[in-house]
Structures are given as C-alpha cells and as structure tokens.
Design a protein. Structure first.
Length: 287
C-alpha cells in the first residue's frame, strides 16, 4: 500500500463493511447506513497513521478495475494486530483474501502473539481459523442507557497526552503490549477518561455519543467505573453500544444490563498464543 492508495482503501472498506452490515444485520437493529464523510475522514487518518508506522504490514490487491482488496497489520511490542481486511463485494470467496492475509501475517514474523477483531462473515472466520487463530465469540450491548441507573462515579478524571505513560503501562499489564504511537491518534480523536488510584488504574476512550471506544484497566472495579463514565456521556435519545465483549469480561455485561441495554452476539475476538485480555474492551481497529 502506498500513501496515495489511502482514499481508495477507505472507499473499499466503506463499501465492504456496509455490504456486510446489510447482509448480517439483526432484524430488530436500525437499518445500517453508509459511512458518513466525517467517519470516512477519521478512517483515512487512521489508515495513514498505520501506513506511516507499519508500512510493511499494509497490503492492497488490484486488478484491471483498480483496488479490490486490502489487509493492514501492525506490530505493538511483540503482538501482531490486524487493523483491517476487506475484499470488494462480488469478488469475495475467490482466494484474494488468503493472499492478502498471508502478506499481512508475514509482517508478524517474530511476534509471539496475535490478535484481531473478526467480523461475523463466515469467510473471515474460515480464513482466521485456517491461519491458526482461536475464535472467541463476542457480545455487544446496545440501546438507550437508563439515566436513572447511572451511579455516581468518583476519582475518574479527564485524561490528556500527559497520561500516555500510564496508558501504556495499563496496556502492558492487560494485553501484553502498549498501544504506543496509537495513543497519539486516539487522544486527538476521542475524549479520554482516566482512573489512577492506589487500588487500580485504567482508562477509556469515549465515543462522541457515549459508550466506550476502547477501555483497559488493572481490575474490574476500576473498569466498571470507567464504563459507567463512558455510558454517562450518552443521551437518552441516542442509543449507544458496548462492543467487543468477550465472555471473560462479564463485568461489562453486568454494567450494560444494569443500564438496561440489550445483549446480542457479534463477531469474534481472534487470538494466537494469548488469552482474552481482561478487564478490556478493545477497539476493532487498534485492539
Ligand atoms: C473476509 C474477506 C476479507 C476474505 O476475503 P476473500 O477473498 O473472500 O477470502 P478467500 O476467498 O481467500 O477465503 C474465503 C474462504 O471462505 C470460503 N467461503 C466462501 N464462501 C463461503 C461461505 N458462504 N461460508 C463459508 N465459507 C465460505 C472460501 O472457499 C475460502 O475458503 P478456502 O480458502 O478454504 O477455499 C472477505 O470475504 C470480506 O471482505 N468480507 C467482508 C468484510 C469482512 O468481514 N472483513 C473481515 C473483517 S475482520
């Protein structure tokens, strides 16, 4: 992948994931909408960031019609992480994905562990399992948050770039690898809340309409407080979500259920040589 490919890569992933959302949308969820221009711009920034730091992990496939597939992977400490993987709808299931994933995996040579957020597409699950990943089903809680059930959360404060050492230290304890340079782009794109207590520490990046984008903590109590803080940022009109909840993170299911949200299944956490991190709600992109 070259820097000039990023806009076409964004369009391809937008198209591929929208087609997947339409194909797999649970019947009582709102109709999926195409990626907005604001989200597309954020997506291009993230892709350019990965390409800058992990050029060797970013691959595209093309034919005479142009770009038809992309796989982008990064290395953080000794963990290989797949950020995105899509083949153009209509051209899927013909082996393009296998070649792309093999190229992205080769960037992980020397990495002990690997992780990625797998969609519910059976073709993706097949590729990842054949590449040796263990698939841990994921849950998602969604719906409006019952505001009258929000607890008073103490000793959680707004975070800033000055907290990056703390964030990296929590990352290493929870998932065995710091997010490192990813905190630069995350702190510029999301509100950050931090808990730094003698009893435990952690942080959460909060979605603009509430709910966690990424949350990590050294114990469940701290994680639950941070999750409540992220849910408190939602409004009663707009539903928000707690995504990427593995069975080991039952504390998050308990918070979401107390908040009156509905539980569904959604995709997999795919891991190599590691157990599902806990307490941890990964982002789909930076994990
Ligand atoms: C996941 C994805 C990138 C894989 O790319 P691809 O080109 O379709 O992958 P491949 O053709 O190399 O491999 C697909 C495998 O699934 C098999 N397959 C095809 N249709 C299938 C189906 N309906 N159910 C199960 N397996 C299927 C293929 O035979 C192939 O297996 P094989 O190599 O053993 O023959 C692509 O399907 C895609 O973009 N899906 C939508 C977006 C998505 O889910 N991305 C992954 C995000 S984590």
């Amino acid at each position: 992948m070259a820097a000039q490919d990023v806009p076409a890569v964004e369009r391809l992933t937008g198209e591929g994931f929208h087609e997947l959302d339409v194909r797999t949308n649970p019947r009582d969820w709102p109709e999926p909408t195409p990626r907005s221009e604001a989200k597309a711009e954020a997506w291009r920034r993230r892709m350019a960031h990965i390409l800058r730091h992990d050029g060797g992990g970013c691959w595209v496939a093309e034919d005479e019609s142009g770009l038809i597939g992309v796989a982008a992977a990064m290395r953080r400490d000794l963990v290989w992480i797949l950020a995105t993987f899509v083949v153009r709808p209509g051209l899927q299931g013909r082996g393009v994905g296998r070649v792309l994933l093999d190229a992205a995996l080769s960037y992980g040579t020397g990495c002990l562990r690997g992780m990625l957020a797998a969609s519910g597409d059976p073709k993706a699950a097949r590729r990842y399992r054949l590449a040796g990943f263990t698939l841990h089903p994921w849950m998602v809680l969604t719906g409006p948050v019952a505001r009258d059930r929000l607890p008073v959360v103490e000793r959680v404060r707004e975070g800033s770039t000055g907290d990056v050492d703390l964030l990296n230290s929590v990352d290493r304890q929870v998932r065995g690898a710091a997010h490192g340079v990813d905190h630069e782009i995350l702190t510029s794109a999301y509100r950050l809340v931090v808990a730094d207590r003698t009893t435990g520490s952690g942080y959460a990046y909060v979605e603009p309409h509430g709910g966690p984008y990424l949350l990590a903590a050294t114990n469940r109590r701290t994680a639950a407080d941070l999750l409540w803080e992220a849910l408190a940022a939602s409004t009663s009109e707009a539903p928000c979500s707690i995504s990427h909840v593995s069975a080991t993170n039952e504390w998050a299911i308990d918070v979401g259920m107390t908040a009156g949200m509905s539980l569904y299944t959604s995709g997999y956490l795919a891991l190599r040589h590691m157990k599902p991190p806990m307490p941890y709600l990964p982002s789909g992109y930076f994990l």
